[in-house]
Design a protein around this ligand. Structure first.
Ligand code: FE
Length: 296
């Protein structure tokens, strides 16, 4: 346990901005509520995209590449099968986590593995210029192994970082925290966040979450809440009957130029041109793309 979790916040972060997400089409027939990565919020350094996705077969995300960042898939309901050009294949179900470092190149598919709606979150975390071309890597944590803590009507699942004395085993190239909080009616949290990191909340369930200051207005589900600077977050569930579930994500800003073309994120136009060339020619990390297509 770290001492920090017992220290009261001196400078709680306040709500800087909130945005309601709306369903939009993405991939092949999938529906996403995109918060980061949409027109009004292109980039929240180091976060490139946050999607709450809803996928029903035969919709999905067929074969596509990535370079220069990490994708974090956290399943809430249903299951998705992923398959990549290195022969890495698996299915992640409710509560499971896949932390994929695309680095210099991954080509993969992400498709529904069960009936009904597959529901989850996908976060894209940018990699610094010195890490963009590293070897691809996966870290997977099954539902039962996700570290949890419970106290005073609050449950936290620690995807990355540390909360309420519990620590995630996930190693983050770009320093990141990712917490899944559920607050019973009437409960409250105080969660430290490193000063200087960019941090946001995305509300999954509950209509009466109050963030930053007890006096602020409740923020309903499907909103992203960008937090101002400070040493942590205070949040309250003001509902008398409904649970409040939200993720709190924070990351150390990279402060580098970002040039993005779809699933390729680099620092300069030249690097993007080179990436397109590498992908087309199956070189520099895309070698295996030459004779590969998914079975999905
Ligand atoms: Fe992908």
């Amino acid at each position: 346990m770290s001492l920090r979790s017992f220290v009261a916040l001196e400078r709680p972060r306040l709500v800087d901005r909130k945005l309601l997400t709306r369903p939009q089409h993405e991939g092949f027939g999938a529906v996403v509520r995109r918060s980061i990565g949409r027109y009004e919020l292109k980039y929240f350094d180091p976060f490139l995209v946050l999607d709450e996705f809803f996928v029903t077969a035969p919709a999905g995300f067929p074969d596509h590449p990535h370079r220069g960042f990490e994708t974090v898939t956290y399943m809430l309901q249903g299951a998705m099968t992923h398959e990549d050009f290195q022969g890495h294949k698996g299915t992640i179900g409710a509560g499971d986590l896949q932390w994929m470092t695309a680095g210099k190149g991954i080509v993969h598919s992400e498709m529904p593995a069960s009936h009904g709606t597959q529901h989850g979150l996908q976060l894209w975390i940018n990699l610094s210029s010195k890490h963009k071309m590293i070897e691809p890597r996966y870290q997977e944590v099954h539902n039962n192994d996700v570290v949890e803590a419970k106290k005073d009507g609050v449950k936290v699942r620690v995807i990355a970082g540390e909360a309420m004395g519990a620590q995630s085993p996930i190693y983050t190239k770009t320093p990141t925290m990712y917490l899944d909080f559920t607050l019973d009616p009437g409960s409250h949290i105080e969660q430290p966040i490193p000063v200087g990191w960019n941090a946001f909340v995305y509300v999954l369930e509950g209509e009466d979450g109050v963030f930053g200051s007890m006096k602020s207005m409740p923020i309903a589900s499907h909103h992203i809440v960008l937090l101002g600077n400070g040493d942590g977050l205070e949040a309250w569930n003001k509902s008398s009957s409904e649970a409040l579930r939200f993720i709190l994500v924070g990351g150390e800003p990279l402060n580098e130029s970002v040039v993005q073309m779809g699933p390729f994120v680099m620092n300069t136009e030249e690097e993007i041109d080179q990436t397109i060339e590498d992908f087309e020619n199956c070189t520099n990390g895309f070698e295996r793309a030459k004779h590969w297509s998914s079975q999905a």
